[in-house]
Design a protein around this ligand. Structure first.
Ligand code: ADP
Length: 445
């Protein structure tokens, strides 16, 4: 029996889980907590722990896994995968490599064990480690740990009695067993985006489908889309979405900043546009993200300038001339859709315009879940309450709120921290907790 891949919910990502609905679990003879190997049509494989899916998936034959597992299994959303029981043994010991700039004094082993407990790991694998503190960790972000070796070898499960040793060699120098993201691909997955399910579906339909299955379009005799235009207030996740789509389909990612390109000297703007398109075509599949399109392509009567006219003409001709059609797609973003040159809005330049609005309460909750995912939250913190009281906040505001909350937690323990030292005390790390009060304070601003 094949299962269809879908994203996990934001709050459940990063823990090596595969959410499978109960009906499918029964059919596959799986129990809660079993370990399975997930395989798509490619070479990739991922090992995950089974967890009964969400009620709304009942009977739909769905397996929900997060971006890391999708990458390891080399599958995308809506792909079909097969699952088999995995051959795993409990880990006696695991040696873990930390990133170079995360320096810890004392034994961080127990903390790592607690966080990774129950996860299946293999030598060479990179696993996210939630840590809302330290030089690498901004709000809810996780630190990539490398599994340097395991005993026994093979795929092992980290249990409460596993010894975790920290490798002398930093993670950057430990060789990968695959699954690491190729260079130039941003590390954002669909689980990092909150409250934009419908919008994401629309973008995926326009971009993923033609890139992954160009034959469908050939078969139908229709041209694959050239681009989508995302519009809405700043900080709502337009850039995030473009990066996530690129990452999920392993597409090369090029960014053009509108204001930056317009600040070039005479002739240089067009030249740079040309170069970016060339680079993208050479590295196809690729996504070209144009941020603040309005600063390039304002309505001609407003801009009027010779430079704007030339740059818009160049952009139009580059978009029209895309040879790798379908395999190179433009995602443009603007906060000022009404200011965009109509020439860019008609004639199939952007095949669809998608509004990315201010999130509603449910969206705000998901976004808060994303940005507090890695935090050691005090028990009983009710994110609903914060979703309720943050009317009008966009994603970027909610991210700052979460980060401010974590900073407040940090300030509380500051007397125990020696800020002169660049090492962090493992005990201090372990005691760190973000409390109700930290968030309340953050909200007061
Ligand atoms: P835009 O491109 O719409 O101006 P960004 O995508 O650059 O906004 O958002 C800025 C930051 O705010 C992101 O990096 C992310 O941390 C946070 N953010 C914004 N929207 C969302 C969202 N929908 N879900 C999760 N985080 C978000």
């Amino acid at each position: 029996m094949k299962l269809t891949v879908k994203p996990l919910k934001q709050k459940d990502a990063g823990r090596g889980l595969a959410a499978i609905d109960r009906v499918s679990m029964r059919e596959l003879d799986l129990e809660n907590g079993d370990y399975i190997v997930i395989e798509g049509s490619g070479d990739g494989q991922a090992v995950a722990r089974v967890w009964p899916g969400y009620p709304e998936d009942e009977g739909r034959g769905i397996i929900r896994i997060d971006g890391r597992l999708r990458q390891e299994a080399d599958v995308g959303i809506d792909d079909n995968v097969s699952v088999e029981p995995a051959d795993v043994s409990p880990a006696k010991s695991v040696t873990v490599a930390l990133p170079q700039n995360l320096r810890i004094r004392g034994d961080i082993g127990p903390l790592v064990r607690d966080k990774l407990s129950g996860q299946a790991v293999t030598e060479g694998q990179t696993v996210p480690f939630s840590l809302s503190f330290g030089p690498m960790a901004s709000s809810g972000q996780s630190v990539p740990l490398k599994i340097a070796s395991t005993s026994p070898s093979g795929t092992v499960v980290i249990t409460d009695s596993t010894t975790i040793d920290i490798s002398e060699t930093p993670a950057e120098q430990v060789s990968s067993g695959g699954g690491a993201s190729p260079e130039g691909v941003p590390d954002v997955t669909y689980e990092d985006i909150g409250g934009l399910d419908d919008e994401l579906d629309q973008v995926r339909e326009m971009i993923e489908l033609p890139m992954r299955h160009p034959e469908l379009f050939q078969q139908l005799g229709i041209e694959p889309p050239k681009g989508v235009l995302l519009h809405g207030p700043p900080g709502t996740g337009k850039t995030l979405m473009a990066k996530a789509v690129a990452n999920e389909i392993d597409a090369h990612f090029e960014t053009i900043s509108g204001p930056e390109i317009m600040s070039k000297y005479y002739g240089e703007s067009e030249e740079q546009l040309r170069e970016v398109f060339e680079e993208a075509e050479e590295n196809a599949p690729a996504i070209i993200f144009i941020d603040e399109l309005d600063s390039i392509a304002a309505k001609r009567e407003d801009a009027g300038g010779d430079v704007e006219r030339r740059v818009v003409a160049q952009l139009l001709s580059l978009m029209d001339g895309l040879e790798e059609r379908g395999r190179v797609t433009v995602i443009a973003a603007t906060n000022r859709i009404d200011d965009i040159d109509p020439a860019l809005r008609r004639g199939g330049r952007f095949d669809r315009e998608i509004e990315i609005g201010v999130p509603d309460k449910g969206g705000r909750k998901e976004i808060l879940q994303v940005h507090t995912r890695g935090m050691p939250l005090q028990d009983g913190i009710d994110l609903d309450q914060y979703a309720e009281s943050t009317h009008g906040f966009v994603g970027a505001d909610l991210e700052s709120l979460a980060r401010e909350g974590a900073m407040n937690a940090l300030r509380r323990i500051r007397p125990d921290l020696d800020l002169e030292e660049d090492e962090i005390d493992a005990e201090v790390l372990e005691s760190l907790q973000v409390t109700e009060r930290d968030f309340k304070e953050a909200l007061k601003g």
